[in-house]
Design a protein. Structure first.
Length: 123
């Protein structure tokens, strides 16, 4: 397991190093929401948000950081587990929300983020 308080920062560091992308904060009203997008086509491959557990259908108090990522229906079947949910505030047929609270391993998050990056990079 990893230190859950650093997972958002670890993702941002990984994205910067691996994809040469810095997250942007397009909404002044939600400064903690960070969009991860391709430099070339500006398509999103990830969205980091901090939302209440209850909005995800989880009976738990408090908020949680989540990473919304594009899913590959074949690959995601291998990763169905606690902590990977239908996407919050996005198309549930194409996206999932991954809890960044220690439920999903750092290795699995990195793999799924890479899948999302590849699915959205265009031709």
């Amino acid at each position: 397991m990893y230190n859950i308080y650093n997972m958002k920062e670890k993702i941002l560091a990984l994205v910067k190093k691996k994809y040469k992308v810095s997250g942007d904060r397009p909404w002044a009203k939600y400064p903690d929401n960070i969009v991860l997008r391709h430099r070339e086509n500006r398509k999103w491959f990830g969205l980091i948000m901090n939302i209440p557990y209850v909005k995800l259908g989880i009976n738990k108090s408090g908020n949680v950081d989540v990473l919304n990522i594009k899913k590959d229906n074949v690959v995601i079947g291998s990763f169905l587990q606690d902590g990977i949910l239908p996407a919050y505030h996005m198309n549930k047929a194409s996206w999932v929300s991954v809890l960044l609270d220690g439920t999903v391993s750092e290795q699995d998050i990195e793999f799924l983020l890479n899948v999302s990056f590849e699915l959205t990079k265009g031709k």
